[in-house]
Design a protein around this ligand. Sequence first.
Ligand SMILES: [Zn+2]
Length: 457
Amino acid sequence: MDPQLTAYLDAARPRQVDELMAWLRIPSISTLAAHKDDVMAAAVWLRDHLQSIGLEHVTLIDSGTQPMVYADWLHAGPDKPTVLIYGHFDVQPVDPLDLWQSPPFAPEVRGDNLYARGASDDKGQTFVHIKAVEALLRTTGRLPVNVKFLIEGEEESGSRTISAYVPQHAAQLAADAVVVSDTHIIAPDQPVILYGLRGIWVAEITVTGPAHDLHSGNFGGTIHNANQALAEILAALHDRDGRVTVPGFYDQVRVLSPEERAVLAQVPYGEAQVLADSGAPALYGEPEFTPVERIGARPTLEINGMWGGFIEPGFKTVIPSQAHAKISCRLVPYQDPARIEELVTAYLHQLTPPTVTIDVRGRRGAPAFLTPYDAPPIQAAARAYRQVFGNDPVFTLEGGGIPIVNVFQSVLNAPIVLMGFGLPDDNLHAPNEKFHLPCFYKGIRTSVAFLHEMAQL
Ligand SMILES: [Zn+2]
């Protein structure tokens, strides 16, 4: 890296942290209506900041339920690629508040970490790219590629505004790569590039037996208990090896090539780590797949909740009329949430005996996301990581999802570079969220290196 830029970045560290702390002080919780003004205040802060570092066309977009901010710098030349950088400035609620060692909106540096709600998810990781662009503009007066920012305030509450905006502004947002830093790496010296995220489908199930709760002395032995019937139905959804038994469930699941299995085998996350992280006594799931493959490349069906009958202290000898469950499926690429809803619903009805009835209400499907890991922008990100972290990144698939990446991919038809700078123990959505400051500083250098690598494509 250019010595002038290195010197600039070394000297800028305290100021970069101070600025991030100012943004983190704004309690921009998008899931709570009481914080609507705070989400707007975080957008205004961002707009003013992007203006102050020399970006152009800086716009606060207030077209939906929550604000977004757009900015760009488009003077690299028409032969140079364009990078669209996405992030979000809204945050999760902070309860339980008493478990925080310092107040969530009073950012505090302790040791190597900056503690605050949003420090890692996602103000801190978004700020990485803002500071990279600022450093290049301040030291060279220009950027090696054209850069656009689109930063939203609604990621934690459904991304509705941006999901409507992107398809309507495809030309304004056109890019050769979309960079998203809203994920984590494995360790401070082991970067990760995600090339896929699982999708989801959820449903609530109600099993009804008798018209009302019954006395088990008077009716026991003649009526099918709704709790028991629900347990029998749910127990039939997996075989002994943990495979989902719903007919057709795996029909659209892609078969992993030997080459891709070799790539995933590089990820240093195995059985021992899953046991340590989960506290479970033994692993469960499809034995012919590794834990990394099961988490990223295989679909699941989980029972998230079950309730029914008498659950208060003491005893009540009742045959409950109704029993309930919430289930969800993590979906992998090419599984269609609507098709999965049909298959699971039909199978639940098929499993239901004539002694009870079943009602299945499916909701909120999002498909999985997959981008080719050999796409040139992703390989450019890999080279940038290697330069700054000293190690090649591993490529992997992750279990959770970021819904907007599907919209970017389908509308902009550009590779999505999921370049994380968080750590697995950043306490996202939990008390004592933090950002590891060495990752913040290395992230800024990686972003600079990435923009230079993109310029070579
Ligand atoms: Zn996030």
